[in-house]
Design a protein. Sequence first.
Length: 290
Amino acid sequence: MRTYKKVLEDGIHLLDAAAIEEAGLDAWLLLEYAADINRAWYYAHMDEMLDKKTESRYLEMCAKRAQHIPLQHITGRAYFMGYEFCVDERVLVPRQDTEVLVETALTHLKECRAPKILDMCTGSGCILLSFLMERLDAVGTGVDISEGALAVAKQNRVHLQLEDRAEFVQSDLFSGGYFKKNSGNTVTEYDMLISNPPYIPSGEIPGLMEEVRSHDPVLALDGKEDGLFFYREITAQAGKYLRAGGWLMYEIGCDQGESVSKIMKTDNFINVEVIQDLAGLDRVVIGQKK
């Protein structure tokens, strides 16, 4: 048996050798997960012996991370807006940048009583579910084409105890039976349609970092030729499902603010605005139905 400190050092060395960008942090997070410890406990006990079973499990996890498998896929969990979500290879790993989208949504619906949210391309459900956790009077519908992604989203719904306020629907954008039923005179009018759609141009996907191109679902990345396909498709139909004055809100790639704004204005949305993230990059575009 070896000490916690020595085992952690071996993990860092293994990830360093594999050119993992944040080798020290990832090695620590895997040890924290495998040994069920926190930093305070580690610093008080780092010279104690780690049992063989936990050491073996930890080094196996480091070996997976050295293959550039995302850390969140190894642990099966990710954190978003302060909440824990189940994740695996069927969904995009929630990114901190996307929190700007949820925070913007919360701000714009602050005065709206019992808001109804439509989350298109919901993936893990992190956007819709974290919004509902912050707004206890809200309800929402998450939509995705992927059966696997919806299975993960439903896991997260149970984990966060939101079964009575969130529903998940399988549909290729608005083509599914749910939307055919809820259209025309019986339309469900939402206060906000929110989406982090696939927006990477097809030709750029091979150049993405290995963790993304090899392990995130391509279906959740590929925005077709120019990366704008889903913005055009969703915006063209969004008005049917939004109440007057309702909001359409997107996450975007950092160079897509002008293009997505133009799409929304062309489809008669008003008060269109581009919002930046903490790094000063364009991250969210919002617009309002007349």
